[in-house]
Design a protein around this ligand. Structure first.
Ligand code: XIL
Length: 690
């Protein structure tokens, strides 16, 4: 946002210019090819190089309905119980591979891949092992077990759960008590992995556990520390299995971040035992999407085929009903994998169908990279004003503006500009529910190391590789502060600049505009810094994930328009969950002098941008496509932020039921730009098709 502009003077100049052609450089191709659609889970997962597996019980292999679904849908198989210690070595030195062989041989004959589950686990462990008290004995017994079982299936197992469920629940973040930890000490995990590597070097070696899907859980952090330590010391480990036994709500909001944070350590991640109480389509779709959005998430296994096959049968947690018919969640999974939905056993209310245009002519061809792609028309419902300024003795605030927001630890954390006659600074507030937004305490950040002076238009995100929060804002330069704890307003560092000075290309194109609204987003390789000049240009600089926040160079014009009001400022760039699409929003000033948003998509952050809903008649968000059930309190839909699906540097947004926190104001207000009564309100998409 630009602190100096005045609204009134530009209305006439805008009229007539809106028909001008928008020049998005360098072209309009989205780049990503259409994927072919498959009609089974395994085949569809294979199109992105992943497997889709199920747990299999040897005792059910005589059931034709069961094997029919197994062989049609799944390309990976995990023995549900047959490779566990109590089955494979029920007494010392006497091995029983009958049931496991049955599953393994059958899978191999049908070209299905095999997961090995599991070698060292405190449960389903025979009494003769759990009663060992001598470390040398147990060490030998454990090594012999690993060696004998792995040798039996050597070369046939893609991933082995070498150690299962070694961490304690609760807040300790430590190992649970078990005969292995109690007799051998915490080093038993390392010993098991080292032994496993020597036996079958071709198998990926996984650590597998439950309740490690929430990044904020102590247990997750304990496992993360273990894996980080193993990678640092060269202890062999290749993958982490997230069991994903979920309640009705499905995965925690941070699940994708958890997967990508582990993947960033240099291991694959897999969803190994997925089941969800009552099998909501949304919960399943969210789980699958989290995996699809993490390159190193190599496959998903559901823990059984029909509800009646499940260890949680009373919760109906699987994708097929007891008759073997597909449930709605099946279609949600197939669609999220990128496939074509098929008929299910009941009305698939929560699953997606092909997006349909609500009215008017199609906005031109779009390369939908998969079924989670965004629609090309939008309608919204707006809240009333939810957040208003809270002046105090030393802050005489007129407007609250330019919000950025993340959900983290069960709270919304909002940062915004506060405007007064003395200029701009920043404010922070948090709350657990929108109904409490207006009663939240406002923390003025000029009292922190961020300091007084011109600071505006913040953007917040968690930079997972450094485990630090970043607040990006404008100070005249593009600046940032960092903080290990987003909820501590006093934790922010003093401002630092991304650039030594304004990049030349901006200086050459800015004209009479202002350099505003810096925005950072990263993919797995690079970070990009976007900014606007209030003169029709969107700029983009680039650095690597490793170098960030340093090294932003190669500044280019990412998009431009000869009508500066059509490509003005306040850009947002997001990754769309479950697709290969990025979404660009840029604030424009319409022919009525009011603010609104236009949108584009691209298959890459450095790519060219294709119009999505990008005109005054088909805007992304404008007063004309927003309803105001509690009263039309604003005609401007101005500078704000999408409610994201996560909180890290990938800026991932959901594909469905979008929400946008924006600034609006009383349409009758006027006068000094810095004293305009901006308030914050929330848009919720009303035409979501999923
Ligand atoms: C379960 C099986 O599904 C049941 O049949 C058995 O009675 C108990 O174990 N975590 C794991 C799996 O790693 O091995 C468990 O499987 C479920 C929890």
């Amino acid at each position: 946002m630009n602190p100096l502009k005045r609204l009134g003077c530009r209305r006439a100049s805008v009229l007539g210019l809106l028909a001008a052609t928008v020049l998005m450089t360098p072209g309009t191709a989205t780049g990503a090819p259409d994927t072919a659609k498959a009609s089974t889970l395994g085949a569809q997962a294979a199109q992105s190089g992943r497997y889709f597996g199920t747990a299999v019980a040897a005792g059910r292999l005589g059931d034709g309905t069961y094997t029919g679904i197994l062989d049609r849908e799944f390309n990976s198989v995990t023995p549900e119980n047959e490779m566990k210690w109590d089955t494979t070595e029920p007494s010392r030195g006497s091995f029983n591979f009958g049931p496991a062989d049955q599953i393994a041989n059958r899978a191999q004959a049908r070209g299905q891949r095999l997961r090995g589950h599991t070698l060292v686990w405190h449960s389903q462990l025979p009494g003769w092992v759990s009663s060992i008290r001598d470390a040398n004995t147990l060490s030998g017994v454990m090594n012999n077990h690993i060696t004998t079982v792995m040798n039996r299936y050597k070369g046939r197992i893609h991933s082995w759960d070498v150690v299962n469920e070694a961490f304690a629940d609760g807040t300790s973040g430590q190992l649970r008590s078990s005969v292995f930890r109690d007799v051998l000490g915490t080093g038993f995990i390392e010993q098991a992995f080292r032994t496993a590597r020597t036996v079958d070097p071709a198998a990926k070696l996984c650590y597998n556990d439950y309740n490690i899907e929430d990044w904020n859980a102590a247990k997750t952090q304990g496992v993360y520390r273990l894996v980080r330590d193993f990678k640092a010391r060269g202890v062999p480990i290749d993958c982490v299995g997230f069991q994903a036994h979920f309640g009705t709500g499905g995965p925690p909001a941070s699940f994708q971040s958890t997967l990508s944070n582990f993947a960033a350590l240099g291991v694959d991640v897999q969803i190994t035992e997925l089941d969800i109480a009552q099998a909501s389509s949304t919960a399943y779709a969210n789980t699958v999407r989290a995996c699809m959005d993490v390159a190193r998430c190599t496959g998903i296994t559901v823990w059984g085929i029909r509800d009646s096959d499940s260890w949680r049968a009373s919760e109906n947690p699987l994708l097929f009903d007891r008759n073997g018919a597909k449930k709605p969640a099946y279609n949600a999974v197939l669609t999220t994998l990128g496939g074509t939905p098929t008929a299910t056993s009941s009305t698939p209310t929560a699953t997606r169908s092909t997006p349909t245009a609500t009215s008017g002519t199609p906005s031109g061809p779009r390369n939908a990279t998969n079924a989670a792609a965004l629609p090309s028309r939008y309608s919204w419902s707006s809240s009333g004003p939810l957040i208003a300024p809270k002046p105090d003795a030393t802050h005489n605030i007129a407007g609250i503006k330019d919000p950025t927001v993340v959900q983290y630890n069960g709270k919304y954390h909002v940062f915004a500009s506060v405007a007064s006659s003395s200029g701009y600074n920043l404010v922070y507030l948090n709350f657990s529910d929108w109904s409490q937004a207006n009663s939240a305490t406002h923390h003025y950040l000029d009292r922190t190391a961020i300091g007084s002076g011109y600071r505006a238009a913040p953007q917040v995100f968690y930079y997972a590789p450094q485990r630090l929060w970043y607040l990006v804002y404008q100070t005249g330069n593009a600046s940032y502060s960092t903080n290990p704890d987003i909820s501590n307003p006093n934790g922010w560092s003093a401002p630092r600049n991304f650039y030594a000075s304004m990049p030349d290309i901006i200086r050459q194109n800015i004209g009479n505009g202002y350099w505003v609204d810096m925005w950072v987003i990263c993919d797995s390789t690079n970070c990009y810094l976007f900014s606007s000049d209030d003169n029709g240009h969107l700029y983009r600089s680039q650095t690597t994930v490793g170098q960030f926040p340093n090294g932003f160079t190669n500044t280019v014009i990412a998009a431009q328009d000869s009508n500066k009001y059509a490509l003005f400022e306040a850009s947002n760039v997001y990754k769309v969950q479950g697709s290969n699409e990025y979404l660009l929003l840029v604030e424009a000033i319409g022919s009525d002098g009011r603010r609104y948003f236009r949108s584009w998509t691209s298959g890459s952050l450095a790519g060219s941008w294709t119009p999505l809903a990008a005109s005054e008649s088909n805007p992304f968000a404008r007063a004309s496509n927003v309803s105001f059930p509690s009263g039309a309190w604003t005609r401007d839909i101005s500078h704000g932020e999408m409610i994201r699906a996560g909180y890290d540097q990938t800026l991932t947004i959901p594909a469905c039921r979008l929400q946008y926190l924006y600034q609006g104001m009383n349409p009758n207000a006027g006068g000094d730009y810095n004293l305009l009564p901006w308030r914050l309100g929330l848009l919720t998409q009303t035409n979501s098709t999923c």
